[in-house]
Design a protein around this ligand. Structure first.
Ligand SMILES: [Zn+2]
Ligand SMILES: [Zn+2]
Length: 419
């Protein structure tokens, strides 16, 4: 069985092939399910989550392996198919509870919210993953470690569970009859991403939706109630860092302002949306409006083309990073991850039409131009990106006039950015 990392690296091209298929199908069906800024934000958050995963694996897999080695009740063999199938089933069960708590407990929602921020629902939404889920998520899988499920099986079934959920993020696949009542499917997962009262906090299952039917959280998609996607407190930003911390920050602020100590603690474990009465009174928030307009700040077509081209380049670098991260030392890996993050933040600000975008992007182009010299001493830096790395100075220099043009066009737009 290949390792979890190998499966993920092979899955990445499939993600993009299927996005192409979805775009084509949408065009044939005369539907518009993608927006460039939203898709860049979602896929960028997926890259970020994988990059963070490189650093956090020690924590998650490390703790799991430690428990299996020292406390496990059984010594389960890795070459038995029943152990694999049982592990997948058990993983999906643990995932159900992690996912459900992710919607019902404030601090866990702070980690999970990233997956729900998109106001569109398409395959890029599936890639939209949190960077901080690893902080507490591992606790929910400890029963598997206690039972003695070997760490290599755990890592592979975790990737299988995640990859299964990719295809269900689409509006283009209709209801599938009995399938929708047994497995997680496009129809019942659309309900999960809804903010409508009728659908809220339903259908948590990863592979099996049976868990929801068993524990009373199942809801069926209805033709008379179209799904509205997103969160009840919309993100309204393309900044991937802010996307990851927005709810933590809101919780910190509420805990800080609460007068009673009990409330300061309760903020973290109460359901999302709960606020201490005194804080809600002093710092009111706008009421949820299901008819709100989608977040779509205007930028010029040239800026969209520029952002798309730079994003493709960042994706290539992101895949490169995942491929070579194990060969880099900690500081080099951090520097590379920082370079990727810098790019994602810059593109987000440019797509918001903000002047700050230019202040972040111009020095980034200078850094890209200097990249081959910056990594010259990195012994682990080799492979296909040698070619990319050599091309970076040329690409950076060629990007500059396009960026300046894109910014001029954006500034000239008749409608000013709403921000
Ligand atoms: Zn969810
Ligand atoms: Zn989802």
């Amino acid at each position: 069985m290949p390792s979890a990392e190998t499966i993920m690296l092979f899955a990445i091209p499939m993600f993009f092939v299927l996005i192409g298929v979805e775009l084509l199908a949408a065009r044939l069906m005369r539907r518009c399910v993608y927006r460039l800024n939203d898709a860049i934000n979602s896929i960028g958050l997926g890259v970020l989550s994988q990059v963070v995963g490189v650093f956090s694996k020690l924590l998650t897999v490390g703790i799991y392996a430690w428990v299996v080695e020292r406390v496990a009740l059984f010594d389960l063999p890795s070459d038995c198919v029943w152990v694999w199938l049982g592990a997948l089933l058990l993983y999906d069960f643990c995932y159900y509870w992690l996912h459900r708590c992710g919607h019902e407990v404030g601090i866990l929602w702070a980690a999970h919210v990233v997956h729900h921020q998109s106001e569109r629902y398409n395959l890029s939404t599936a890639l939209r993953q949190s960077g901080s889920g690893v902080l507490l998520g591992w606790i929910f899988y400890l029963p598997m470690a206690l039972l003695g499920v070997p760490v290599e099986i755990f890592a592979v079934v975790a990737v299988i569970d995640l990859l299964y959920q990719y295809w269900i993020h689409t509006e283009l696949v209709p209801k599938l009859g009995w399938f929708d009542r047994v497995f997680a499917s496009p129809s019942n997962h659309r309900v999960h991403h809804a903010v409508n009262d009728r659908y809220l906090d339903r259908n948590y299952g990863g592979i099996f939706i049976l868990w929801d039917r068993l524990f009373g959280t199942f809801a069926e998609e209805r033709d008379d109630e179209p799904v509205v996607y997103g969160t009840r407190a919309p993100l309204r930003s393309w900044n991937p860092l802010w996307a990851n911390v927005e709810v933590y920050w809101a919780l910190v602020k509420d805990a800080w302002h609460a007068r009673r100590w009990r409330d300061k603690l309760r903020v973290w474990i109460a359901p999302p949306g709960w606020r201490p009465a005194d804080v809600a009174e002093r710092f009111p928030k706008p009421a949820f409006d299901i008819a709100r307009a989608e977040y779509d700040p205007p930028v010029s077509t040239t800026m969209r083309v520029y952002a798309f081209a730079q994003f493709l380049l960042l994706l290539a670098l992101g895949v490169d990073f995942l491929g070579i991260a194990a060969r880099l030392d900690a500081l080099q890996a951090l520097a590379y991850a920082g370079m990727l993050l810098w790019g994602l933040v810059a593109l987000g600000a440019l797509l918001e039409g903000r002047a700050r975008g230019m202040r972040v992007e111009l020095p980034r182009l200078a850094m890209l131009a200097a990249w081959p010299w910056l990594v010259a001493g990195w012994s682990g830096y080799a492979g296909f990106v040698d070619a990319l790395s050599i091309a970076l100075p040329f690409l950076a220099v060629a990007s500059l006039p396009i960026l300046l043009l894109a910014w001029r066009d954006t500034r000239a737009l008749p409608v000013a950015s709403p921000l």
